[in-house]
Design a protein around this ligand. Structure first.
Ligand SMILES: Cc1cc2nc3c(=O)[nH]c(=O)nc-3n(C[C@H](O)[C@H](O)[C@H](O)COP(=O)(O)OP(=O)(O)OC[C@H]3O[C@@H](n4cnc5c(N)ncnc54)[C@H](O)[C@@H]3O)c2cc1C
Length: 293
């Protein structure tokens, strides 16, 4: 399945799950368990992160190619470009093409604080990578976007909507958002992007909250805000892992219902390599393959 054709012809909301490549043998076992449990729900695709959170890049390639070889679910390979050489990216894309991997989520990646030389490379933004991939035949390109504005965007969502239009013009066929907890931010962003000529689907990224404090810390870095109502709902269950997970599931179900009711073109779940919460949410929404067929 190619993402560009898929999103041109889909008749129901897309369903996708994001994983990171495992770092240890135990992590590898957990990854495949989570992958198989979620693959059983019949997602349209799964995506595998690249170099995020300290994971090595070879692992992304190995996992993506293994999923492609199995043939059950379409893999989307995340690819970051900051600090990379044209040669290394061309070689990786060549290997993906040979393995039948045709869908790439093109990203800049986070700026390396300890390696200023990375900024001197040929790739400064995801747009440079999209242009680079587009110059090669055979790939469908997805990109990232930020309903609340990327932390580096001086004018907030305005900047990200403008660059999303550029990403579309350069060849991206779908955008996946950073996670957010206030649906109004998403709907406002979709409207803003549409007013600038963005027509590609903007698929909301969903982060089910399993550990509120951890998410609050991470959100401060990646520019997702934590609404007061969310903190207030979690306050009584902090320290109770099971209650927190149950509440995280309930909140995500309500969020997803409202997103779909408002016309979101699909749902992309940040699974953190755990199946339980995403599966419970998808089943409650009746979004698994049988219901979407
Ligand atoms: C769905 C999703 C998946 C992700 N997967 C990964 C992953 O696998 N690995 C990983 O390391 N990170 C991942 N990230 C994080 C991402 O790499 C960081 O958020 C990074 O800081 C920005 O990447 P980007 O592709 O959005 O960059 P860009 O689109 O380049 O945006 C970065 C900043 O530059 C601005 N900008 C964009 N284009 C231009 C331009 N042409 N000229 C001037 N300014 C511009 C933007 O407004 C923004 O402020 C992911 C993020 C999302 C939302």
């Amino acid at each position: 399945m190619r993402l560009d054709r898929f999103y041109r012809t889909r008749t129901s909301p897309s369903l996708s799950f994001e994983f990171f490549p495992p770092k240890t043998e135990a992590g590898e076992v957990r990854f495949w368990e989570a992958y198989r449990a979620l693959a059983a729900l019949g997602p349209d695709f799964v995506s595998i992160t690249y170099g995020a959170g300290g994971s090595t890049r070879e692992r992304t390639e190995r996992i993506v190619v293994e999923i492609a070889r199995e043939g059950a679910i379409t893999p989307v390979a995340h690819l970051t470009c900051i600090g990379a050489s044209e040669e290394s990216l061309a070689a990786l894309l060549g290997r993906y093409a040979e393995a039948g991997v045709v869908n790439i989520l093109a990203l800049r990646g986070d700026l390396p604080a300890d390696d200023p030389a990375a900024l001197a490379g040929p790739f400064r933004h995801a747009t440079d990578l999209i242009r680079f991939i587009r110059a090669r035949d055979g790939f469908a390109i997805a990109c990232a976007t930020y309903p609340e504005g990327h932390p580096e965007s001086p004018h907030g969502p305005e900047d990200d909507a403008r660059y999303l239009k550029l990403k579309q013009d350069l060849g991206a066929c779908v955008a996946i958002t950073q996670y957010f907890f206030n649906n109004d931010d998403y709907f406002r962003f979709v409207e803003l992007a549409a007013s600038m000529g963005v027509t590609i689907p903007i698929v909301p990224g969903i982060m089910p909250i399993r550990d509120f404090d951890q998410i609050a810390r991470f959100s401060a870095q990646c520019g997702a805000s934590i609404p007061e109502w969310l903190a207030a709902r979690f306050a009584p269950v902090r320290g109770d892992a099971e209650a927190m997970e149950q509440l995280g599931i309930e909140i995500a179900i309500r969020q997803c219902e409202a997103l779909l009711a408002g016309g979101a073109p699909g749902l992309h779940f940040y699974t953190l390599n755990r199946a339980h919460m995403s599966r419970a949410i998808v089943q409650a929404l009746g979004l698994h393959a049988r219901d979407r067929a």
